[in-house]
Design a protein around this ligand. Structure first.
Ligand code: ATP
Ligand code: MG
Length: 325
């Protein structure tokens, strides 16, 4: 599983582009992943417009390109696993990955693929659905706060507190059911919530928790195609819900809410990635690259042991070797 430092030795016979990528050192691979994901990263941009970001990757990857992406995704996933191991051993940094998207954009499968190589002990995925009665009796960050990853761990939010400025904003009747005192439901409530989220993420950053936010940017046309597949393919029927068609009717309102959300909560330390999601394998590469970028910034390394500890290890080794039977 470990990737050798000098070279990633994968035999590539079919395609010169594959050869090029598989012979990269892991350092070089990460450096390319950083450059690659940067195109999709939003840090702080007051002029941010969703329409400036494509839903389909402009690069035509073609058939050979698909092999290329599969291979580089595999390597990316291995590197994530290796870095996670160091993060776990170091036990100081943690990483929170937030996935937000319209239905059928591919959140579940992206999480499954990108995190496939990592040690489940160091990772927890939480899906946030409509809040329970108990959750509604608390402030909106409460249920998410309980799931913030411990030191050394990766936490994945499949939806999150961002729903509070998305579905709740699009359907104001949900806001009315939140039991807030009437006088707190003002014109500025969405800006206030966005501001609170921004501040909350700064607080997390200052506590050693990096937050990476992924918006899977899927087109309305592609969503229709995927919904039809869910209806037509028996093994996908369970994924379809009539409610998804209702939400689709609010597409414009959702896009406006997403745009405002990204504009007001993207920051240097907690960036948003607007990932073209019409092509699933391309989206996974962007996500893996974004994760590598964040983990690389932690400068992870296995904890060093002191000379005394090293000597003690040596002594214990001798004891073990000398053991009879
Ligand atoms: P899938 O892609 O498989 O449909 P999903 O994430 O959409 O997965 P669902 O169980 O279909 O999962 O939907 C969860 C629903 O819960 C979403 O419609 C989401 O908007 C809603 N939800 C999440 N958080 C809140 C919230 N704070 N208030 C109201 N609704 C919420
Ligand atoms: Mg759904």
């Amino acid at each position: 599983m470990a990737i050798r430092k000098e070279t990633i030795a994968v035999k590539a016979t079919e395609n010169s582009r594959i050869t090029a990528i598989t012979e990269l050192s892991s350092k070089e691979f990460i450096s390319r992943a950083k450059k690659f994901s940067k195109q999709y990263r939003v840090t702080s941009d007051k002029k941010f417009k969703l329409k400036d970001f494509a839903t389909l990757a402009s690069e035509d990857t073609g058939k050979a390109g698909n092999r290329f992406s599969q291979q580089s995704l595999q390597l990316g996933v291995q590197l994530i696993a290796e870095m996670q191991d160091k993060m776990y051993a170091g036990n100081n940094w943690s990483l929170l990955l937030i996935f937000q998207a319209m239905d059928a954009a591919g959140k579940d499968s992206a999480i499954k693929h990108v995190m496939s190589g990592i040690n489940p002990q160091g990772c927890e995925v939480t899906a946030f659905k409509a809040p329970s009665a108990e959750e509604l009796d608390h402030d909106f960050l409460w249920r998410c706060s309980k799931k913030i990853p411990e030191r050394g761990r990766i936490g994945i939010f499949n939806r999150s507190y961002y729903e509070e400025v998305l579905v709740v904003r699009v359907h104001e009747e949900i806001l009315k059911a939140q039991k807030l005192p009437d006088k707190l439901i003002t014109e500025s409530i969405w800006d206030d919530r966005l501001n609170d989220i921004h501040n909350y993420e700064s607080y997390l950053n200052r506590n050693g928790i990096l937050v990476v936010k992924i918006f899977l940017h899927v087109s309305k046309k592609e969503q229709k195609k995927r919904f039809l597949e869910r209806i037509d393919k028996p093994e996908k029927n369970w994924k379809f819900s009539a409610g998804d068609l209702v939400e689709r009717k609010y597409w414009k309102q959702y896009m406006a809410a997403y745009e405002d959300m990204i504009k007001k909560t993207a920051s240097d330390k907690s960036p948003w990635y607007v990932v073209p999601a019409d092509n699933k394998s391309f989206a996974r590469m962007v996500i893996a690259s974004a994760i590598l970028t964040a983990m690389d910034s932690m400068k992870l390394a296995y904890p060093k042991i002191s000379d005394e500890q090293l000597a003690e290890l040596q002594r214990l080794k001798e004891e073990l070797v000398a053991e009879k039977g």
